[in-house]
Write a protein that binds this ligand. Sequence first.
Ligand SMILES: [Zn+2]
Length: 250
Amino acid sequence: MLQKCEGIVIRTTDYGENNKIVTLYTREFGKVGVMARGAKKPSSRLSAVTQLFTYGHYLFQASSGLGGLQQGEMISSMRSIREDIFLTAHASYIVDLTDKVTEDKKANPFMFELLLQTLNYMNEGYDLEILTFIYEMKMLNVQGLYPVLDRCTNCGSTEGEFHFSIRDGGLLCHRCFETDPYRIKISPGTVRLLRLFYLLDLSRLGNISVKPETKAELKKVISAYYDEYSGLYLKTRKFLDQMDSFRDRL
Ligand SMILES: [Zn+2]
């Protein structure tokens, strides 16, 4: 049976001389793997539509295993992402994270929309780090992780100054600071943004301007939380960190 879908290429692997195995994240079916026969040949009509990050309409032959890609019609090649190494590094991490935290053939239109919007915003030149933080915060629930951001994890208080406790998985108020000597010290601005990113409807993202110190705090908290709870070790994350420190030295 032929199936139509709207999808984004989140992974490609060469297969044999001429073929590619392409992983699409689709609006209709969630993550789907398809074989794109001949797609490695530049002359193939499947060549352009199977490039990483491409957004388009796809037609594939469904099967219990790997489907066969029949046709693709490009909506966006995400060209700016592909042409810039920093953009590519961030977007590669985003699609890799999506691939790792999702199961095959489990539709999640909310996640499709989030992925599409994030890549579109990156392609249009929005702040890469902010978009990556938001995506990471929004992917937590998908992984069954629920950081406590609306109150102190220890006493439940919603008032006061807050730091972040990795051990307790959330905010810790100033009355409870001493219960975790390893808590991460963060500013009130960072607390606000962690909450905002966790809850924000991405389609309502305006121009958020964030100070470098605040970005550094956000990165510290989100990275440490992922390291502790996600169980993921992504090469694309490591590459992204290397690119960021490289850029900071420029
Ligand atoms: Zn407390």
